[in-house]
Design a protein around this ligand. Sequence first.
Ligand code: GLN
Length: 308
Amino acid sequence: MNKTELTQLISKNFDYYQTGHVADYIPALAKVDPKQLGMAIYDLQENHLIEAGDANVRFAVESMSKVPVLLLAIKDNGIDHVFQKINTEPTGFAFNSIMNMEINHRKHPMNPFVNAGAIATTSLINGKNAEEKFDRILAFMKEICDDPAITLNEEIYQSESRTGDINRSLAYYMKGNQMIEGDVPAILDTYFKQCSVNVTAVGIAKLAAVLANKGIAPWNGQRIVSEKSATIVKSIMTIAGLYDESGEFSVHVGVPAKSGVGGGLLAAVPNRYGMGVFSPALDSFGNSAAGIQLLTDVIQELDADIFE
Ligand code: GLN
């Protein structure tokens, strides 16, 4: 696929933003212009990146941060320790639901890509205080997105923190049930900050390319994460990357992916492509409405459904 073809698919799918709404439970996200659609594709075979539309617009990473933070938690603690604390099962519940822990007889959050599991993941990041933990997360995101310009969006962070009571309830529930250790306000502060980092579809495509390329950055050949952790993360993306829309997405699109309520989507097609998409209007599950449509067309065009 070349830039012209990608541009055409963006034009074809642009109007799907009308079927969604920007996230309004976080006030700073409610102000984002819904009329945006962009995509970047890192082709591993050709070792080059194409981008079109709003692929360089900065937007809040939100739940896509759950992917690099899980990778960093694995680097810090090892695979076994992380998955003793956090399970790897689909939930069937919304991303901020507490139900996954109430019904789970194993007494752990059910996966790292719902909020409870992600907060538990954040609690495992090394660092002597919340500031040092966030600095390490930010440095890792810059490295894996190959984007030194990533910063904390202070307005989104304040908004997340002010309206984050459901996340607080999840964290205190876990602390009260000995599912997490540490200072809950400090863990939540780090979690709110990791969600409020400004990325682009280009940077997200590069992160996805590392996952698709067995943990090695294709742009310089350096290993960023282990092959095993890249494999595990892609598996969890397949069962839980789009919350309670993950099954439908797997059936219709068929690639490991992760969404965020900022309108981002990251997709990693093993050994072939890393993809980043941005369009801020969301469907009822909290996933980018036009982004999913565009990704569906691109995957079809590239014959990249991993289950085919
Ligand atoms: N910061 C958001 C929250 O915790 C992230 C959720 C999301 O992107 N689905 O509610």
